[in-house]
Design a protein around this ligand. Structure first.
Ligand SMILES: *Cc1c(COP(=O)(O)O)cnc(C)c1O
Length: 384
């Protein structure tokens, strides 16, 4: 099958991101790379071996199907951790494969224990506690019942972690809430320790917490977006900007580039409409180039008459509406554009760049959303 565009994933950028993150968290803290959402659109099967080449041995997923994919692509027996959804029916396979998982309710805890008993193999659990995110996590009031079950089932449970997740560490508007969460987590930790319940790893931090709240960096951090070379928000970047060394103000490098090529070129007379309907009338005699990517490939319709791409080192604008499979761009001022020329949708060409953030700003999507919406069937290739 022929593809109309492709995504490149940069190995060297990845290595730089991991180096930077290691320097941030120090030697004693393990980095777990979050690969939910198909590794933020990059492809689990691409990212796992790449991360392992860079010394990573721990991965976090949302669901059990993603965890099995990580398990199958790991070449170094890395630890896999499920942070969200699993069916109790999956617990046998999960336990046999030594995959660890968040437990935030008694039902799952009991299922984990009975599976472990049946298999005569310990279940690896991370106890998630409610500190203020209010989505998942055991409540403070649950602690005694919970502690009792954990103590009575020490032979079936491997207490891999005590964890929580922050409700928006990427924005100052949540500052007070996050501070309260840190305090609440410490209260749980202390209480469990007093009951002689010790966990292998204490972990709470995502990218934003790691970069803006150093005290949330404990035995392990769960890093998603930053490992893919994007700041969680501009705010997080601003917060850190001053403290970044003068010679490296941009330590996070975007991994992906998204590229296509010119499919056709055409002359359009002044006064004619371009594409469907009448959203764009040619204000002069124009040359346009057709590029075979559209909203069906994740290129938002909101970019109609607005999106930018790079052709022959020049930044050019989408004219008319984005259709399902193509866009037209104005190449009147670019010389010699012809069929087959490279078109960059995200990434660099000569001295120009289109960033994920700039793309996101015009469509009101956050970095996370744009990446995970890139369709699975666009081929991804890892490049140096
Ligand atoms: C997604 C997620 C992370 C990683 O978040 P980033 O902002 O991408 O670093 C960490 N922990 C949990 C529980 C998550 O769901």
């Amino acid at each position: 099958m022929q593809h109309t565009s492709y995504i490149e994933i940069s190995k060297s950028a990845y290595a730089k991101n991991i180096d930077f993150l290691r320097s941030e968290v120090g030697k004693k803290t393990e980095i777990s790379i979050v690969v939910k959402g198909n590794a933020y659109g990059h492809g689990i099967e691409n990212i796992v071996p790449l991360a392992e080449e860079n010394g990573i041995r721990h991965f976090s997923t949302f669901s059990s199907d993603e965890a099995f994919r990580v398990y199958n692509s790991s070449l170094h027996n890395s630890q896999v951790m499920i942070m969200g959804m699993l069916e109790n029916a999956d617990l046998e396979e999960i336990t046999l494969k030594g995959i660890s998982f968040f437990v935030f309710e008694f039902d799952r805890l009991e299922a984990a224990i009975s599976t472990a008993k049946k298999l005569k193999k310990k279940a690896k659990v991370h106890i998630e506690v409610e500190t203020g995110f209010h989505r998942t996590g055991f409540e403070w009031e649950d602690r005694e019942k919970l502690a009792k079950i954990l103590q009575e089932n020490q032979d079936c449970l491997d207490l891999k972690g005590l964890c929580t997740h922050y409700a928006g560490a990427e924005s100052i508007s949540n500052y007070v809430r996050v501070r309260r969460q840190i305090k609440e987590y410490k209260r749980f930790k202390k209480w469990f320790s007093a009951q002689r319940l010790i966990f292998e790893k204490y972990h709470t931090a995502c990218s934003a917490a790691t970069l803006s709240y150093p005290e949330t960096v404990m035995d392990m951090v769960r890093i998603g977006i930053a490992s893919y070379g994007l700041w969680p928000t501009m705010e997080t970047y601003m917060y850190r900007f001053q403290s970044l060394p003068e010679n490296n103000k941009n330590p996070l490098k975007r991994l992906i580039s998204w590229k296509s090529s010119v499919m056709n070129t055409k002359k359009v007379d002044m006064g004619e409409f371009i594409g469907y309907g009448s959203s764009y009338m040619a204000p002069r005699n124009m040359s346009i180039a057709l590029v075979p990517i559209g909203y069906g490939h994740g290129y938002s319709r909101l970019l109609s008459n607005q999106g930018k791409v790079l052709v022959r080192g020049k930044m050019v604008t989408v004219v008319g509406t984005v259709t399902m499979n193509s866009i037209a761009v104005d190449v009147t001022d670019v010389e010699d554009v012809s069929k087959g020329d490279e078109v960059v949708i995200i990434g660099c060409q000569q001295d120009k760049e289109i960033t994920v953030a700039s793309f996101g700003e015009s469509t009101q999507q956050v970095n996370y959303e744009l990446l995970t919406r890139l369709p699975l069937d666009i081929p991804r290739k890892v490049v140096d």
